[in-house]
Design a protein around this ligand. Structure first.
Ligand code: HEC
Length: 116
């Protein structure tokens, strides 16, 4: 039976191609660490340090997946006019906003609001 090995190879290929689509490569590891700190501290000052919500709504991964990376990056860059959600364009490059958007949809520490 060679099927399990075939599936593993397929899985590997899929994860490699998924990785190639992210902007992870565009930013150096130190900047990525800074952005992660920014997300949980600066964004966290409104959305909660664990992103469970506060002045701003909770940002769990399962809800963030409902947005495209482009939509999230746009919200981050331009804010939400008429609300307390500020624009981050002066502080973040396009790649950095995309990194945060991808992080919210994939590496988000808060998977779902139901999580303990
Ligand atoms: C000063 C407070 C504040 C800060 C800081 C802040 N936000 Fe927000 N954010 C809000 C509020 C308030 C809303 C809801 C706006 C509305 O639709 O009424 C929001 C909405 C959002 C949304 C849309 C959520 C949804 O379900 O519609 C996302 C995504 C988001 N913020 C991400 C971020 C990220 C990423 C950062 C950091 C780069 C950040 N926010 C920083 C206040 C803040």
């Amino acid at each position: 039976m060679h099927q399990p090995a075939l599936f593993m190879l397929l899985g590997l290929l899929l994860s490699v191609s998924a990785m190639a689509e992210t902007t992870e490569d565009a930013l150096d590891p130190q900047r990525q660490a800074e952005l992660e700190t920014l997300l949980y501290q600066d964004c966290g000052s409104c959305h909660g340090m664990t992103l469970r919500g506060g002045l701003g709504p909770a940002l769990p991964r399962d809800r963030m997946e409902g947005f495209s990376v482009e939509a999230l990056a746009h919200i981050i860059q331009y804010g939400i006019p008429g609300s307390a959600m500020p624009a981050w364009k002066a502080l973040l490059s396009d790649d950095e906003a995309r990194w945060l958007a991808e992080h919210l949809r994939t590496d988000n520490r808060l998977q779902t609001l139901q999580q303990d």
